[in-house]
Design a binder for this molecule. Structure first.
Ligand SMILES: [Zn+2]
Length: 189
């Protein structure tokens, strides 16, 4: 028998601590060998905390996840689906990127990190001593992994001539400076 926690999709205006808790957190200590926990939920963009400099907006993200207990730690597997709005690194146009992704990783206590048997980065392992799994964080991490280093609105945009490319890069540098200036201004407030 598997435990199913199916949360209700509340409109974003509906905010109670109970509703949020149901959608967002899984108490790992409740998971037994016999009973993995399955959660199906929808996470609002405001909870995902995606990097604003890369993602100008995002749809709500669907998450299906199953967490099973292992001799050491847990296995987390599931899938996410949603859409993010990115800015093309060449023409600076905004475009939507669909993200449908399956993922799987092991969640290990940090004590395993010093054991020497498992090296971080070797497998899909995440080290954490948290007893509660924040599903918004799970989606955040998976989305960030899918963000391209150089987003392109289309394949054609890849073939822009060199001259135009260098112009764009100059523009981008100015953007960075503007960003810095805005940040400094904010701090002064
Ligand atoms: Zn483009």
């Amino acid at each position: 028998m598997q435990k199913y926690l199916v949360s209700i999709f509340y409109p974003s205006s509906y905010k109670t601590s109970f509703g949020e808790a149901m959608k967002r957190k899984v108490n790992l200590s409740e998971i037994t060998y016999k009973e993995p926990i399955k959660v199906k939920t929808v996470l609002q963009p405001s909870l995902l905390d995606l990097p604003k400099e890369e993602v100008s907006s995002s749809s709500p993200f669907n998450l299906e996840v199953e967490i099973s207990k292992k001799p050491i730690g847990y296995e987390v597997k599931g899938k996410i689906s949603g859409e993010v709005e990115l800015t093309c690194s060449r023409c600076l146009k905004k475009f939507n990127k669909r993200i449908d992704k399956e993922f799987k990783y092991e969640l290990m206590p940090t004590s395993e990190l010093s054991g020497g048997q498992i090296k971080s980065g070797e497998l899909d392992i995440k080290f954490s001593d948290e007893t509660v799994l924040d599903l918004a964080e799970v989606v955040h991490e998976q989305v960030v992994l899918e963000l391209p280093v150089k987003p392109l609105c289309s394949n054609e945009c890849k073939e822009v001539k060199y001259e135009e490319e260098s112009v764009n890069e100059t523009d981008k540098r100015w953007d960075k400076l503007k960003e810095l200036r805005d940040k400094l201004k904010e701090k002064e407030k």
